[in-house]
Ligand binder design. Structure first.
Ligand code: PLP
Length: 386
């Protein structure tokens, strides 16, 4: 079995598995980390150590980290923090890109219903958000902008976005820059301080830590409004007893990432060789986002005329788990919004298949995925699907 859907969710990595086994076998300490007795202090100490370790890998100060349940919660929290008082001082624009995750898109729609105006940045055909479009809008309407939210790397294509440039533009105009780093962190080096972003996000399950964990990074957390009020945990920024064991696994996974960084370059070399091999066999193969800087471990490919879902099923019958981008409506596979934003035609869009690995996967898996994919394409291209 080969699991190649790390961008969807990564398996718990070996370091985290070993940490957890030892942690559970030692039978504790278990306690509410916010209590005052000795066991609680032990739990709290371990959690605060985890916070410091995470902060170090993420290029942030420990006080800038809010432990939460993951990126969706973090994004909801930040939109709430920035927009909850309604349209103020003419600041009514929410700027997002056309390739954002549905968590961001739906939040923007939610606040648009409350009187904000949603503005969508254009995307270039290579998969990068058009930074110049942002500059134009800021040049004309910066005093009306409540927030800008753009991702650091796209979940479908793996294309790395000009987030530092956008962050600098926002800083220049004094506009909050919210950077969705969910796919970026744990797949390439990230420094919150160097990003210039006001807010950044991560989900534990994307990097091999426990699902249901996450971190919200806040440049200036002093006035952050809590979304979950609760009992004042996380210095009043996120109520509710912390998932302290889960939070410890975030530090373990981030530490493993920092120590195995060179493995990413091995993955990149194998990924590039894998794509070149398929392309040699099927010259019409399209590597979506292939002309832009990309995460090392994401391939988004399409062989026009062959349905992505048919490829997915073929690969699954060979024990390989990949994903397509096409949402199915009335059994009609459609081109994803990310690919539409890149002006990808439907014959390419319908064929898209995503193969995503991560730090804890074996780079040699690309050979097996390549064999299976060639077999699937040979079989399916005889049956022209559309
Ligand atoms: C870019 C991006 N942002 C946000 C999310 C939401 O993450 P989660 O479902 O872990 O909250 C995802 C999940 O796939 C994502 O890829």
């Amino acid at each position: 079995m080969i699991y190649a859907d790390y961008n969807g969710s990564a398996p718990v990595c070996e370091e985290v598995r070993q940490y957890l086994m030892a942690r559970l076998e030692n039978q504790g300490p278990y306690s509410n980390p916010n209590a005052i007795h000795a066991l609680a202090q032990k739990c709290n100490g371990a959690m605060e150590k985890a916070r410091r370790e995470c902060a170090k890998v993420l290029g942030a100060k420990p006080g800038q980290l809010v432990f939460n349940s993951g990126a969706t919660e973090g994004l909801s929290h930040v939109f709430y923090h920035l927009l909850t008082d309604g349209v103020k001082d003419q600041k009514k624009l929410i700027i997002i890109s056309g390739i954002e995750h549905s968590a961001v898109v739906n939040l923007a729609c939610h606040y648009a219903e409350k009187g904000f105006e949603k503005v969508i940045l254009q995307t270039l055909p290579n998969g990068q958000v058009d930074h110049k479009h942002l500059d134009t809008i800021l040049g004309e309407r910066a005093n009306q902008v409540a927030m800008v939210c753009v991702m650091a790397a796209n979940n479908e294509t793996g294309v790395i976005q000009p987030y530092k440039e956008m962050s600098a533009s926002c800083q220049k105009h004094n506009v909050p820059f919210v950077c969705d780093t969910t796919q970026y962190i744990g797949k390439t080096a990230f420094s919150f301080a160097e990003s210039g972003a006001d807010f950044a996000f991560m989900s534990g399950h994307k990097i091999g830590a426990m699902p249901g964990t996450g971190i919200l990074l806040v440049k200036d957390p002093t006035d952050l409004k809590p979304l979950v009020i609760g009992g004042g945990q996380e210095r009043g920024r996120r109520g509710g007893t912390q998932n302290y064991i889960g939070n410890e696994t975030l530090a373990v996974a981030l530490d493993a990432f920092a120590k195995n960084y060179e493995k990413l370059e091995q993955l990149r070399a194998r990924r590039d060789a894998f794509e070149a091999r398929i392309k040699e066999k099927f010259p019409k193969l399209v590597v979506l986002g292939g002309d832009a800087p990309r995460l090392a471990s994401t391939s988004f490919i399409s062989l026009p005329g062959v349905h992505g879902q048919a490829v997915q099923i073929e690969l699954e019958s060979q024990g390989i788990y990949v994903t397509t981008s096409s949402a199915c409506s009335d059994n009609e596979p459609v081109t994803s919004k990310v690919l539409r934003a890149m002006a990808v035609s439907d014959d390419v869009g319908r064929g898209a298949v995503r193969i995503s690995l991560g730090m804890c996967s074996d780079a040699q898996w690309y050979d097996q995925v390549g064999d299976a994919l060639i077999k699937a394409y040979e079989k399916l291209s005889k049956i022209r699907a559309y």
